[in-house]
Design a protein around this ligand. Structure first.
Ligand code: NI
Length: 168
């Protein structure tokens, strides 16, 4: 095979593949939709996530499209850019902050680029929840937890307390 054979890639390193498998297991055990390598104490720019149909902006849209559902995806060294200035606020939670929730501003539409676990280039546009989960997980790579982005701290707290406050 040539020296450019993607199977020679760093990214097919068995240690990276094992890390991603561990991340997926941790995410599934916690019932989450995303996880970043620092959450399992690995200092690598690797995230995993998926968008279930019920969270997709357009559940009828094709798999992997901007507003459609997204199957389990691994992004290595992801880069992100907003596609326009629009910001949405919505509720988030995080496996690193058990029991807590908060309303977080995020870019509504983004483009992200990364390498897949197999070393292929990923270049996608995303909106809504898809864009939100990618932004949340990439934040973890920079040591940023969602509560630091919350504008109104009245929207941050334990799930039961926030739900009680919302109902008043
Ligand atoms: Ni998180």
């Amino acid at each position: 095979s040539s020296t450019h054979d993607k199977n020679d890639s760093y990214y097919t390193d068995p240690a990276i593949a094992q890390l991603v498998a561990d991340m997926v297991e941790t995410m599934a055990d916690a019932g989450g939709v995303g996880l970043a390598a620092p959450q399992v104490h690995a200092s690598l720019r690797v995230i995993v996530f998926f968008v279930p149909p019920q969270r997709a902006a357009d559940p009828e849209a094709a798999e992997g499209t901007s507003g459609g559902p997204v199957k389990l995806t691994c992004l290595i060294n992801p880069q992100i850019d907003p596609l326009d200035p629009a910001i949405d606020e919505d509720w988030e939670a995080c496996l690193s902050l058990p029991g807590l929730t908060g309303k977080v501003p995020r870019w509504r539409r983004i483009r992200y680029r990364a390498l897949s676990l197999a070393g292929d280039e990923i270049d996608r546009e995303a909106e809504g929840f898809h864009a939100r989960v990618v932004q949340h997980e990439i934040d973890h790579l920079d040591g940023m937890l969602y509560f630091r982005r919350i504008r109104d701290l009245a929207t941050f707290g334990f799930v039961e307390e926030v739900q009680r406050a919302k109902s008043h």
